[in-house]
Design a protein around this ligand. Structure first.
Ligand SMILES: [Zn+2]
Length: 331
């Protein structure tokens, strides 16, 4: 009897466990497991600070997991009251008003597609809708500064409006990185001269680099990447055929002011063009493969560890070497 009893007990435990498992499975099958259950405070603070200062980023942290699916149904441009038209394919949605020609929206869509191989090559991965719970990249192609301000304000940051040519608007939550929108400022991309320089491509590729870069960061780690790294790589990736150039005065200024471990460099040109020159110098010294390995490690482990593991060097040593070689960028 005693033995039978224990067999029954074991069976009962087994059945209960199986039932519990089925229950857990049922509960979980509609919801993807959280990728970032534990994002360190430091990383949250860093992500929230991306939009501060002189950047072209608006970012926010949402403590609640973002419900699925992450499709585009809730986009600002989906509301008929906005009066926006959509041009859509399998990866992107362009939202534009009647003040923007359809031909321009088609051009924008083509340029967005053209960015994909470049993102895969440099950033290491392009994030398709299937990587983003079904969400396509929403791009607001605005006609002028008014429309741009309207869109950007809608996403909660008026102070970026007007000054930037484009902006990437992002959210981090326990479900991971989420791209709310990319907006392109018509004041600049439809300027006659800049249009002749295909400036829309430069801006769009810069913003798409932000998207793929911030989607690549591993938010489980304590990451605090300086501004030169994400603005510099966006310039480097977005403008593959151009190296930055500087006056002697600006070179001297960067030599005395730019500390690679500081959150920001003091001036805009130092962050964007200076950051660009840092990646050009990295490529000169360690080849494209070195630069790509550096990024890959940096997404999780940050800059000092990646410098060490990838190049067997330190940040101060690399900084000194970059500064010593700045003359090659002289205008
Ligand atoms: Zn940027």
């Amino acid at each position: 009897m005693k033995r039978l009893g224990s067999i029954a007990a074991v069976l009962l435990v087994f059945i209960l466990s199986a039932l519990a498992l089925i229950k857990v499975y049922d509960k979980g099958k509609d919801q993807k497991p959280l990728r970032y259950a534990d994002i360190p405070e430091e990383t949250i603070d860093w992500f929230k600070s991306l939009g501060e200062g002189l950047g072209d980023l608006i970012s926010d942290f949402n403590p609640e997991p973002r419900p699925l699916p992450w499709d585009n149904n809730g986009d600002y441009g989906q509301d008929p009251e906005t009066g926006l038209t959509t041009l859509e394919d399998e990866y992107f949605i362009i939202y534009f008003s009647s003040a923007v020609k359809k031909k321009q929206a088609e051009k924008c869509l083509g340029l967005a597609h053209g960015a994909i191989p470049r993102m895969e090559e440099i950033i290491g991965k392009y994030y398709y809708p299937e990587d983003m719970n079904g969400r396509k990249v929403p791009i607001y192609l605005t006609a002028d500064i008014q429309e741009y301000t309207e869109v950007v304000t809608r996403f909660g940051a008026a102070d970026v409006a007007g000054r930037s040519s484009g902006v990437t608007i992002s959210e981090l939550s326990p479900s991971g990185y989420y791209l709310k929108a990319i907006a392109i400022n018509g004041k600049y991309v439809f300027d006659k001269y800049l249009e002749s320089q295909n400036y829309m491509k430069d801006v769009l590729w810069h913003e798409l680099t932000h998207y793929c870069f911030f989607a690549s960061v591993n938010y489980n780690y304590a990451v605090r990447l300086p501004m030169w790294s994400y603005e510099g790589i966006a310039e480097y990736t977005g403008i593959p055929d151009r190296r930055p150039t500087f006056s002697q005065e600006h070179i001297d200024q960067m030599r005395s002011e730019c500390n690679l471990m500081a959150t920001h460099f003091p001036y805009v040109f130092e962050v964007y063009d200076g950051g660009h020159s840092i990646f050009c110098h990295m490529e000169d010294k360690y080849k494209l493969e070195g630069l790509k390995s550096f990024l890959k490690t940096m997404y999780s482990k940050g800059i000092p560890t990646s410098m060490e593991e990838t190049f067997s060097t330190t940040v101060p040593a690399f900084e000194a070497d970059w500064k010593a070689n700045l003359d090659k960028f002289k205008r």
